[in-house]
Design a protein around this ligand. Structure first.
Ligand code: JFZ
Length: 454
């Protein structure tokens, strides 16, 4: 079988069509909507784009209100239980890795079940690795033969998930790396042809955007030196010319994942395997695994419920989203113990969801004792540990607490003073073993308070 047959003709047609389309779009915005767009500019991450189209603040705000999503790393590598992409040519010899797709047959894959697992966990969006660094495509792309139709499974995993998400009300998103360690056009040790590679990427992106209408594209692989800032800028505008509302993470440009710089392209930050720093200006989403490996690993160490919930609460407390990862098994099912852990998170969220979704982080910076979120006149104080019979917080300089009560309504006694801060008396046993919530009712809008250093 010939791998990576590139449809240059289609590509050329697509790019001239897109060129015409982008000229029209640019004209349209120049004539009609410059004032609207300049009011809606979102983040510094797209400062590189000058006057180009960028995701509106309204769309990004809607994304940040979701707070919790499911990341899924899946592909033929699940047959070996090693890490996706990274184990190619290491734990699994390259030729063996590149032929795994011939045996890839996850017959128990059920998109509705994956999406239900995410929904029951309280997750509001889902991101599937449509294409990881190993280059295998989980959808029947016309632009590479190294795709799911040439596996015994044949079914369109990306398409089935997009339909299931739509049905169950989750936002469907696509992970798509800019690194492809399989495509001969991708420059690595051997000289490739990055222009041809970028053309393939554009064809594939246009295909997934038009077929599956993703809410967000989660790029990756931007640290590779053959990927240039110019590529990122070009692709951002290309994506926006197809659908101006698709959200794009910051791994399309260059530079650090956790902060914006002059090299960034993308709408939001992506700290990895750690909770991001509190940030009220730049949008961010931490991606963190439920076990240790991104792809499925037999007997991988799973996080406790307490770790899972506190990770989510600290993320919301820092004003970010949590993209929580599972790696389904080679037969297509998510491990039962992981489904159970996610269900427990969902049960916690059924009770405490109003303290997480649609809230803002702060005003206190999250730490190992507590984290706070806020909405309207309320601060939700999440307490992780009870080390003493009282909890002392720095003073709320510009506001007064009128009332304090546990989430179940039980009144909490407290004292406040500009010099000593806020003193909260804790009962002998906190009501919730993983994270107990005390509601602080203020005399003014908590969302307007400045961040308090603790
Ligand atoms: C990246 C991927 O490589 C990883 O497989 C996973 O998809 C994650 C969400 O994103 O993580 C990285 C990024 C950079 C390095 C390692 C893992 N690195 O530079 O060594």
């Amino acid at each position: 079988m010939k791998m990576h047959r590139l449809s240059l003709k289609d590509g050329q047609n697509a790019s001239s069509y897109c060129f015409k389309k982008s000229v029209l779009i640019v004209l349209f915005y120049l004539v009609f909507s410059m004032p609207v767009y300049s009011q809606q500019l979102s983040d510094v991450g797209v400062q590189q784009l000058g006057s180009g189209v960028r995701t509106s603040k309204t769309v990004i705000d809607g994304f940040m209100d979701k707070r919790f999503g499911m990341f899924i790393h899946f592909g033929p590598v699940s047959l070996r239980g090693t890490e996706i992409g990274w184990s190619r040519g290491k734990e699994v010899p390259t030729v063996e890795y590149d032929n795994l797709y011939k045996e890839f047959n996850p017959v128990l894959f059920n998109a509705d079940e994956w999406v239900k697992t995410a929904k029951d966990a309280g997750m509001k969006y889902l991101v599937i690795t449509a294409k990881h660094h190993d280059g295998f495509c989980l959808w029947p792309t016309a632009f590479s033969d190294y795709n799911i139709t040439n596996s015994p499974f044949k079914r369109d995993i990306v398409g089935e998930l997009s339909i299931a998400c739509k049905k169950q009300g989750l936002a469907f998103c696509i992970y798509f790396t800019v690194a492809d360690w399989h495509d001969p056009n991708y420059t690595q040790d051997q000289p490739g042809n990055m222009d041809r590679f970028v053309l393939t990427m554009k064809n594939e992106l246009k295909e997934v955007i038009t077929h599956y209408k993703p809410y967000m594209l989660w790029f990756d692989g931007n640290w590779e030196k053959q990927w240039k800032l110019e590529h990122g800028k070009e692709l951002y505008q290309f994506i926006k010319s197809i659908d101006k509302d698709v959200i794009v993470n910051n791994r399309l440009g260059k530079g650090d994942h956790s902060s914006f710089s002059s090299e960034s392209v993308g709408d939001y930050l992506t700290p990895e395997q750690k909770v991001g720093e509190l940030n009220m200006v730049d949008s961010w989403e931490s991606c963190i695994t439920i076990c240790n490996q991104w792809a499925w690993k037999p007997n991988d160490k799973m996080k406790t419920l307490k770790e899972c919930i506190q990770t989510l609460v600290k993320t919301a407390g820092g004003n970010g989203n949590l993209l929580f990862n599972v790696g389904p098994m080679m037969d297509g099912r998510i491990e039962a113990r992981q489904i159970e852990r996610l269900r427990e998170m969902g049960a916690w969220l059924t009770k405490y969801g109003t303290t997480i979704y649609g809230t803002k982080g702060g005003p206190y910076k999250p730490n190992n004792m507590y984290a706070t979120t806020r909405k309207g006149n309320l601060i939700y104080l999440h307490i992780f540990e009870r080390n003493s019979d009282k909890l002392i917080l720095p003073a709320l300089m510009d506001a007064k607490i009128k009332k304090a009560y546990f989430f179940n309504g039980e009144v909490v006694s407290f004292a406040q003073n500009k010099d000593f801060g806020v003193l909260i008396n804790l009962p002998k046993v906190l009501p919730d073993a993983v994270s107990s919530v005390i509601v602080l009712e203020l005399d003014k809008n908590a969302e307007k308070l400045n961040i308090i250093n603790n």
